[in-house]
Design a protein around this ligand. Structure first.
Ligand SMILES: NC(=O)c1ccc[n+]([C@@H]2O[C@H](COP(=O)([O-])OP(=O)(O)OC[C@H]3O[C@@H](n4cnc5c(N)ncnc54)[C@H](O)[C@@H]3O)[C@@H](O)[C@H]2O)c1
Length: 367
């Protein structure tokens, strides 16, 4: 792959707008084509972005000028589209989770390894200044050896704002698989890989009501646990407590806290790219906001693809398939543990991705 990298997008739904905004700011990304099961959605994107053509999925997979397929379909389709793209010789970068199950995700990674193509996966929020500044604070010893973390995500449910929220309530969705990738990827970035988990989960309602758009008022069935808690045991010995809920109204707790023997750290929302990192050092009188010291400045969804394009051949990209697989195995195992009541050992492991120096990737806005 060269820079700029030629990207074709499959899946032109709610999230593509954020990628388009950022692709206009990233010289290293050249969007060439888009496709969707609904041709009108692909055409609307092509009409809005200079030089982009709307294709069918098969045409996009066969297009010679597409080097990397950005997979923005729903979770249930992630593996199928990724495998088709890999079979066509393309690298892939997918929205999270990597696949609906670790079984499917393993097939994707194995197929990519056999084909010699690269797998990247959201979230790339961990490359922004928020998580990277927190990571640097930990690596610089500002809290001493990390002992524990809490990760809290509380919302009444995405059906309140998403016009087609069905997939959030089907296998592959739920608060953990939907929002957990941000939190688990951040926790692994901050504290390293996970070796075992325990979980507990609950299911409150069998239906949800769509709150916006043309289907407002329609009910969608709920086939997942909508409140999930868990404890992750990191290889370092640190323990992270997860709270992921579509059954809560609001929380004032920070999204992530990390505690060490000589300091406590408030880490900003891992679903955002920036935000303040706060430190309460042992013996201090109050919280101190740390200066931004690492990460891609003013970044957004899609910066992980620019990072992937700049990764030397043969090296795992930071927002890479291995991290996404590990995060998925951790989440799937929390849900398994919730069913069986037993602790689950995590088979995969992953190195903490290389830290990101404070850097500006965006170069201004194109048409
Ligand atoms: N909506 C958000 O705010 C948000 C934020 C972060 C990540 N994500 C992730 O992005 C992904 C997409 O979410 P979304 O909200 O854009 O969903 P969406 O339902 O709005 O859009 C998905 C699009 O993919 C198309 N599609 C589905 N299966 C396909 C297939 N097999 N081939 C071609 N096209 C297909 C659909 O027609 C639709 O246009 C999900 O993995 C989600 O977790 C969404």
């Amino acid at each position: 792959m060269g820079i700029p990298i030629n990207v074709g997008v499959i899946g032109c739904g709610a999230i593509i707008a954020q990628y388009l905004t950022n692709f206009r700011r990233l010289d290293s990304i050249n969007l060439v084509a888009v496709a969707d099961l609904d041709p009108a959605r692909a055409q609307a994107v092509a009409d809005s972005y200079d030089g982009v053509r709307a294709l069918t999925v098969d045409q996009l997979l066969a297009a010679d000028d597409v080097e990397l397929v950005l997979n923005l379909t729903i979770p249930a389709a992630h593996a199928d589209i990724a495998l088709k793209a890999i079979a066509a010789g393309k690298s892939v970068y997918g929205e999270k989770p990597l696949a609906a199950t670790t079984g499917e995700a393993r097939e994707v990674l194995d197929a990519a390894a056999a084909a010699g193509v690269v797998v990247g996966c959201a979230p790339d929020t961990v490359l922004g200044t928020g998580i990277q500044t927190a990571r640097k604070a930990i690596d610089d010893g500002l809290i001493g050896a990390p002992v524990s973390a809490t990760a809290t995500m509380a919302t009444p449910g995405h059906e309140r704002w998403h016009p087609n929220p069905d997939f959030y309530y089907q296998p592959g969705g739920g608060p953990l698989l939907d929002m957990g990738p941000y939190y688990v990827s951040a926790l692994v970035t901050l504290l390293g890989p996970v070796v075992s988990v325990v979980g507990a989960a609950s299911h409150t309602r069998s239906e949800r009501t769509i709150g916006s758009g043309p289907r407002e008022g329609q009910k969608v069935p709920v086939d997942i646990d909508s409140h999930v808690t868990g404890v992750l045991v990191h290889a370092s010995g640190a323990l992270s407590t997860l709270f992921m809920s579509f059954d809560a109204v609001k929380t004032k707790s920070p999204n992530i806290e990390v505690h060490g023997q000589t300091g406590s750290l408030i880490v900003p929302d891992p679903n955002h790219f920036d935000g303040d990192v706060q430190l309460f050092a042992l013996g201090a009188e109050e919280w101190e906001t740390l200066p931004v010291s690492a990460g891609y400045v003013d970044s957004g969804r899609g910066f992980g693809i620019a990072d992937l394009a700049a990764t030397p051949a043969g090296q795992e990209p930071r927002a890479g398939g291995q991290l996404a697989f590990h995060a998925l195995e951790v989440m799937e195992s929390v849900l398994d543990s919730a069913k069986t009541g037993q602790s689950v050992a995590i088979k995969s492991t992953v190195a903490r991705p290389a830290s990101v120096e404070l850097a500006e990737l965006s170069t201004g806005v194109r048409a």
